[in-house]
Ligand binder design. Structure first.
Ligand SMILES: *Cc1c(COP(=O)(O)O)cnc(C)c1O
Length: 501
C-alpha cells in the first residue's frame, strides 16, 4: 500500500544516488554538495479528523514513520518520547493562540524557546539511532553554523549525548545578547562554541567548506570521527518540522475553526527556507493548505525571487531585529528548485553553480508557474516594531520580532488580496529571547533598562512567567570565549578535536 512504500533519498544534484532515511540523516549533506530529498512525498495514512484527537507525540509518529521508513516503530517511538517530554513547558508542545483573527502556532515552548527546538530535540536521537542502524562506530561530530537560534538548540540537544560532539560557529556581532549568553554558557564536555568575525553567511560557508574538505575528513577518520550536520539542510530536521503543520490543522478541526477539508493559509517568517519547506511538504502530504506565505525581513532575497523568478544574493547584508532571518543564501530553497525543475538534478546543479559563481540565477517561466501557491513579501524594521506595539496595545499578546515580520506580511497579504482564508502564522520565538527589540517596540522608554531588568518588565506587562531557559542563564558563567576569523575556523575545529597539527 502507498503508506508502506519505502522512501529513499537522493541528492538534489545527483538523482542516481539513493540512500535510506537513516543514511541521509547521518550524512547531512550529500558528497556532491546537494541536499537529500525524498524520492516521493508520502500521503497521510490517517485522516486528519482522526488526528484531531491525537497528542503531539502520536501525530509525530504518524507523520515521521511515513518519511523515515527504515526506522522501526519502536525506534521512532523511543526517539519521539525522548524529544517531546518535560523539556517543553506545555503538554500541547505547540499550542495555537488566536489573536486579531489569525492563529499563532507557538513553536517556542522547548528548551531554548525558539522553533529550532521542535526539530533539534529529536535530531540527536534520530542520529544516534541511525548510527547504530548503520554500524557506524565513529564518534559523530556535529558541525553547525548558526544565525542565533540553531546553535543553542543544537547544543541543548546534543550536550552530553554519548558518541557525539558538537561544534557551533556564530557571527560574533550578529546575534542578540540573550542568544549569545545562551550559547556561551553551554555546559557539557562534548560542546564547543566559537564566535567568528563575519556574518552568518560567512559562518555557513566556512562550515560547508569543511564538510567538503577531504583532507580533513581523512584526518578525522583516522581519529575515529566523522562529521554530520545539524543545520536545517539535514532531512532529520525537516521531517520533524512537517509534524506541527499537520498537528495545527488537526487542532483547528478539533476546535471547529475549520471544516474537514477546508483550506488554510500558512505564514512563515523565513530565513533558510526550512520551516516553510516543511509546510510545503505538509501540503503535499494532503494537509489542505491554500497559500504558503513567505515572510522576509529587510534581507528580502526571497521576496524578490518570488516576484521576479531571479535569485540574487548580490546586495548589502542587513543586521535586523530578527537575526535568525538575516540570511542571503536560503539553503533549503534548493529542495524547492529541484522539485520545480521536474526533479532534474542536472538543471538544479547548473543553477546552484551559477549561485556559487555569480551569486545569482534565474528560473524558467515553466518553473515559475509551479510557484503559484507561494506568496512572498517583507516587512522593514519600522513595520516590524509597529506590529509588535500595535498587537500588544490591542490584545496584550507580545510577538517576538520574527513572528512580527510574519504578522506584518500577513496584513499586507490580506490588504492586497482580500483573502479571508483561516490562517496559521508560525510563531518562531519567544519574545523573551529578543527582549530589547520587543520592549523598545512597545515603548522607547525601556531602552534605559538592563537586559535582565527588561526580562522582568516583559514578564510583568505581558503577564507571562519568565521562561526557564532565561532564568537559567541569568547567573550562569561564560564557558566559551573563543573568537576567530573566517580563515581560522578549520584550525579551531582541529584544536577542539585534538587532530592534526
Ligand atoms: C531559524 C529561525 C527562523 C527561520 O527559519 P528557516 O527555517 O531558516 O526559514 C525564523 N524565526 C526564528 C526565531 C528562527 O530561529
Amino acid at each position: 500500500m502507498v503508506d508502506n512504500m519505502e522512501v529513499l533519498y537522493s541528492s538534489t544534484r545527483d538523482s542516481s544516488l539513493k540512500v535510506t532515511a537513516s543514511q541521509a540523516i547521518l550524512k547531512g549533506l550529500s558528497d556532491d554538495g546537494g541536499l537529500f530529498v525524498p524520492d516521493h512525498i508520502p500521503t497521510l495514512a490517517v485522516p486528519l479528523r482522526e488526528l484531531a484527537d491525537k497528542s503531539y507525540q502520536e501525530t509525530a509518529y504518524e507523520v515521521m514513520r511515513l518519511f523515515l521508513t527504515d526506522f522501526t516503530e519502536d525506534e521512532l517511538k523511543r526517539c519521539i518520547a525522548r524529544a517531546y517530554d518535560q523539556k517543553f513547558d506545555t503538554d500541547e508542545i505547540a499550542p495555537l493562540k488566536e489573536a486579531q483573527g489569525a492563529y499563532y502556532l507557538e513553536l517556542f515552548h522547548g528548551a531554548t524557546i525558539a522553533f529550532k527546538d521542535m526539530a533539534l530535540s529529536i535530531l540527536p536521537h534520530l542520529m544516534t539511532t541511525a548510527a547504530a542502524k548503520n554500524h557506524v562506530e565513529n564518534e559523530i561530530v556535529i558541525l553547525t553554523a548558526t544565525s542565533g537560534d540553531t546553535g543553542k538548540a543544537a547544543l541543548a540537544g546534543f550536550a552530553g549525548v554519548k558518541g557525539t560532539r558538537i561544534i557551533v560557529f556564530y557571527p560574533k556581532n550578529g546575534v542578540s545578547p540573550i542568544q549569545e549568553k545562551q550559547m556561551v554558557t553551554q555546559q557539557g564536555d562534548n560542546t564547543f562554541v566559537v564566535g567568528i568575525r563575519g556574518n552568518f553567511d560567512d559562518a555557513q560557508n566556512g562550515v560547508k567548506t569543511m564538510f567538503g574538505d577531504r583532507e580533513l575528513a581523512a584526518e578525522m577518520a583516522q581519529a575515529g570521527m566523522q562529521f554530520s550536520s545539524a543545520n536545517s539542510i539535514n532531512i532529520g530536521r525537516l521531517v520533524p518540522q512537517v509534524v506541527y503543520y499537520v498537528y495545527a490543522y488537526a487542532k483547528l478541526l478539533r476546535r471547529g475553526a475549520v471544516k474537514d477539508g477546508e483550506k488554510i493559509n500558512v505564514v512563515v517568517p523565513t530565513g533558510n527556507f526550512g520551516n516553510i519547506l516543511a509546510a510545503f511538504y505538509a501540503k503535499n502530504m494532503g494537509v489542505p493548505i491554500h497559500r504558503l506565505i513567505c515572510a522576509s525581513n529587510e534581507n528580502k532575497v526571497l521576496y524578490d525571487f518570488f516576484a521576479t523568478g531571479r535569485y540574487d544574493r548580490n546586495r548589502e547584508f542587513k543586521l535586523t531585529s530578527s537575526p535568525s532571518m538575516d540570511i542571503l543564501i536560503s539553503s533549503n530553497l534548493e529542495r524547492l528548485i529541484y522539485r520545480i525543475a521536474g526533479e532534474d538534478a542536472a538543471k538544479n546543479a547548473e543553477l546552484m553553480a551559477a549561485l556559487a559563481q555569480s551569486g545569482s540565477y534565474e528560473i524558467t517561466p515553466q518553473m515559475r508557474e509551479q510557484l503559484a501557491d507561494f506568496y512572498g513579501n517583507y516587512a522593514d524594521e519600522q513595520e516590524t516594531a509597529a506590529r509588535i506595539g500595535e498587537m500588544y496595545r490591542s490584545t496584550g499578546y507580545v510577538l517576538d520580532p520574527h513572528t512580527a515580520v510574519a504578522s506584518a506580511v500577513y496584513r499586507k497579504y490580506v490588504q492586497e488580496t482580500g483573502d479571508e482564508t483561516v490562517t496559521v502564522i508560525a510563531s518562531t520565538a519567544s519574545p523573551f529571547k529578543f527582549t530589547r527589540s520587543v520592549m523598545n517596540a512597545i515603548d522607547a522608554k525601556y531602552d534605559a533598562l538592563s537586559d535582565f531588568a527588561l526580562v522582568d518588565e516583559l514578564s510583568r506587562i505581558g503577564a507571562v512567567a519568565v521562561p526557564k531557559a532565561i532564568e537559567d542563564i541569568r547567573t550562569a558563567p561564560v564557558i566559551h570565549d573563543h573568537v576567530c576569523d573566517r580563515t581560522e575556523m578549520k584550525a579551531a575545529v582541529k584544536g577542539f578535536l585534538g587532530i592534526g597539527s
